[in-house]
Design a protein around this ligand. Structure first.
Ligand code: FES
Ligand code: FES
Length: 160
């Protein structure tokens, strides 16, 4: 019996076919199989939010999903937001508002904020704080992250 399962998953707009072990986490598939190391792995049990990606447009903990569960679905990682030398509107705002220090939580924060801004394009500070409540940051005290997101509310391209 084969130890792997064939999956087809669209990641950042590109279709990938792969044979994966059934126990492989989506986070490890993204990082180790596809080389998309922007998705960080912190706690590995669904608490910190560093591994947040979007699956079919909804934020999800990629440390709590198996790669085989993404079969037939669309995944967006932090690499989808900007390009080398060309940050997205949201990434620029994080930079300008000092919304990161060590940067470990940042990919998860950016993807959670992307989900939030798509669903609540006119998000208030309360919406932003509630939306980020599942993402932990050990460095910033959160205020600068909230400011960075608030600064792009209603701006074109903020949630692409
Ligand atoms: S690494 Fe997934 S929630 Fe912490
Ligand atoms: S910037 Fe260091 S954990 Fe958030």
């Amino acid at each position: 019996m084969s130890k792997t399962r064939d999956i087809t998953v669209t990641v950042n707009g590109t279709i990938h076919h792969a044979a994966v072990e059934p126990r492989l986490l989506l986070a490890d598939f993204l990082r180790h199989t596809l080389g998309l190391t922007g998705t960080h792995v912190g706690c590995e049990h669904g608490v910190c939010g560093a591994c947040t990606v979007l699956v079919d447009g909804d934020s999800a903990r990629s440390c709590l999903m198996l790669a085989i569960q993404s079969d037939g679905h669309s995944v967006e990682t932090v690499e989808s937001l900007g390009r080398l030398g060309q940050m997205s509107v949201l990434q620029k705002s994080f930079h300008e508002h000092h919304a990161l220090q060590c940067g470990f939580c940042t990919p998860g924060m950016l993807m959670t904020a992307t989900d939030l801004l798509r669903k609540y394009p006119l998000a208030t500070d309360d919406d932003i704080r509630r939306g980020l409540s599942g993402n932990l940051c050990r460095c910033t005290g959160y205020d600068h992250i909230v400011k960075a997101i608030r600064a792009v509310v209603g701006k074109s391209g903020a949630a692409r």
